[in-house]
Design a protein around this ligand. Sequence first.
Ligand code: TYD
Length: 212
Amino acid sequence: MPFIVFEGLDGSGKSSLMERLEELLKRQGIDYVRTREPGGTLLGEELRHFLVRTQGEAPTPRAELLLYEAIRAQHVDRLIRPALQNGRWVICDRYVASSIAFQAAGRQISEEWVRTLNDFATDGVFPDLVVLLDLSVAAAKRRREKRNRERGESDDRIESEAEQFHHRVRESFLEQARSADAARWLVLDAEAEINQLQMLLEQELKRRDWIK
Ligand code: TYD
């Protein structure tokens, strides 16, 4: 079964495109689960709180990486692998590419360590397709500010990082999409209209013979 991951800066519009994909899968009668990282399981959702909160003791970069990986291992064992084995598609907001982008490029932890821990946590469960919603750091910030105003919220711990951090994250996603694994990636311009993005995604799924 296809395992599809959505990646991009915070504010790149992953949720809206995931909603469109859900509508499409429902229309086609395809059984799927939508999930997210950090989160996806009861334990993962509890631990998520310690990663995004702005109050209390912040994890150091190594501890932060291990928390994301612990959440991922639980997610793979309890939700992702069982769902795929039971014939359901899995569509997931963020996965291993986020750890490379945020912890290796952003926090500047050695990429080798992050890849090793990603491999340990995923235990061989890799996405078939990674949809990258690419957006400039400035545009992502504007969208987050708008969303925060509408919801009466403020940036979380990671969103409040310096601009340079977000530039490194964006570059890392683009670099990963150009890597040896490029065939698994679909890079979309997140400035495009949502209907256009939906059409491009639909085309990709048809090209792979996953939908009619
Ligand atoms: P996300 O759910 O995308 O944020 P939002 O609630 O704003 O939609 O992700 C929460 C944060 O976690 C996000 O800033 C990216 C970060 N993150 C990492 O740093 N490393 C990881 O491995 C993952 C999965 C997320």
